[in-house]
Design a binder for this molecule. Structure first.
Ligand code: THU
Length: 136
């Protein structure tokens, strides 16, 4: 099993500790790598109106994009799960907007259980800007 990059893991775990998840008590952290190699992290943020929760992956991606990033190189997500935590469908779509299909997706669970996949593997045939005739 390939080991995830330590800087991504450290940033995602630090963010995981800052998760706002009083309803699910399921704390998730994520980190994305920028083109210059720097890392931006995020955590899940829940709401008393449950459906408004934002996953850690989208928090990380949206934070990076709000800071000016337009393309991201890789992503890592961590939670205290038995198996390496898989991103939800909505997050897969958001990842596909800003990461290429061959970008590494590192999934980490409890006790360091880790897996490496790619954006294209977790969302094959993604709908994208090209389907709208748009080049962002
Ligand atoms: N969650 C994430 O942040 N990322 C995932 O990959 C799975 C789910 C969050 C959303 C919600 O705050 C909590 O975990 C339970 O679904």
């Amino acid at each position: 099993m390939m080991q995830p990059p330590q800087d991504l893991l450290d940033a995602a775990q630090a963010a995981q500790r800052r998760a706002y998840a009083p309803y699910s008590r399921f704390h998730v952290g994520a980190a994305v790598r920028l083109p210059d190699g720097n890392v931006v992290a995020g955590a899940n943020v829940e709401n008393a109106s449950y459906g408004l929760a934002c996953c850690a992956e989208r928090t990380a991606v949206f934070t990076a994009v709000a800071q000016g990033a337009r393309s991201l190189r890789e992503v890592l997500v961590v939670a205290d799960t038995d198996r390496p935590v898989p991103p939800c469908g909505a997050c897969r779509q958001v990842l596909s907007e800003f990461l290429p299909p061959d970008a590494p997706v590192w999934l980490v669970g409890r006790d360091g259980a880790a897996a490496r996949t790619t954006v294209g593997e977790i969302l094959p045939g993604a709908f994208g800007p090209g389907d709208l005739g748009i080049t962002p």
